[in-house]
Design a protein around this ligand. Structure first.
Ligand code: KIV
Length: 275
């Protein structure tokens, strides 16, 4: 028997139990190798449908398909061994009915090996969350600025900046918590409202452009690496990889043009011929 035991992944109940405790660290990931680099440092990785914009150059997430989520979800599961992996349900794959949501979420879990799915929506989604959780599918909810509703909202707009908007966002948070979601992403919500919701509900809140008082934070990996052309205002760039990539491409182009690449010692010589 091997003396090396396989590293156990962080579980859904472990994330749920972090309510009010040590902050939950999470990032998005779409790609096996980058996921492998961040795996030791995060509690969960979200294969977000933001991949439509980040990986495919789309204007919104609306064109992302379930097959795209499954392809990238499988890559991230293959590239990691420690973090819990959550995969976003694409626009149109879960809103119609709890039964359709269940069927598509089962496909995502079976075909990627992920541990949970994420869906956008508050009170209106509560019956679907309950239906899935009762049938063995852990659900992370997503409230506030929900990018799949961009056409209804008329743009990517921060939510809860007027106090008269607060009650419905608070009701959304309460509804998804009571329906059995194990955590909820709170995106683009005014800071005092995000802090208030965090204090009010029983499940961890995962903030993005919300409040440091949330139970955890998530960022789009490419945004925090300095790879996004126009990152949102709340993003802190923890690296400047965009500039490094451009510098590397420039150095490579120079080496090709002055014929210093590949270096002689790295080329293949002919095999010795027997005479
Ligand atoms: O799709 C995504 O990446 C997300 C995060 C920004 C929370 O939903």
């Amino acid at each position: 028997m091997s003396v090396h035991s396989k590293i156990k992944r962080i579980t859904v109940p472990e994330i749920r139990a972090r309510k009010g405790g040590e902050p939950i660290v999470s990032l998005t990931a779409y790609h096996a190798h980058t996921a492998r680099y961040v795996d030791p440092y995060v509690d969960f990785l979200l294969v977000g449908d933001s991949l439509g914009m980040v990986m495919y150059g789309m204007e919104t997430t609306l064109g992302v398909t379930l097959d795209m989520m499954i392809a990238h979800g499988s890559a991230v599961v293959r590239g990691t061994e420690r973090a819990l992996v959550v995969v976003d349900m694409s626009f149109g794959s879960y809103e119609e009915s709890p039964e359709i949501a269940f069927r598509n979420a089962v496909r995502v879990m079976k075909e990627t090996g992920c541990a949970a799915v994420k869906m956008e929506g508050g009170a209106r989604l509560a019956p679907t969350i309950r239906y899935l959780v009762d049938r063995g599918i852990p659900v992370m909810a997503h409230i506030g600025l929900t990018p799949q509703s961009v056409q209804v909202m008329g743009g990517f707009k921060a939510q809860g900046r007027e106090t008269d908007e607060w009650a419905s966002i608070e009701a959304d948070a309460q509804a998804v918590s009571e329906a059995g979601a194990f955590a909820v992403v709170v995106e683009g919500v005014a800071e005092p409202l995000a802090a208030k919701i965090t204090a009010q509900i029983d499940i961890p809140t995962i903030g993005i452009g919300a409040s440091p008082e949330c139970d955890g934070q998530i960022l789009v990996l490419e945004d925090m690496l300095g790879l996004s052309p126009k990152p949102p205002k709340f993003v802190r760039e923890f690296a400047t990889l965009g500039a490094q990539i451009a510098g590397a491409a420039e150095a490579y182009a120079r080496a090709v043009r002055d014929r210093s690449f590949p270096a002689a010692e790295h080329t293949y010589s002919m095999k010795k011929q027997n005479s």
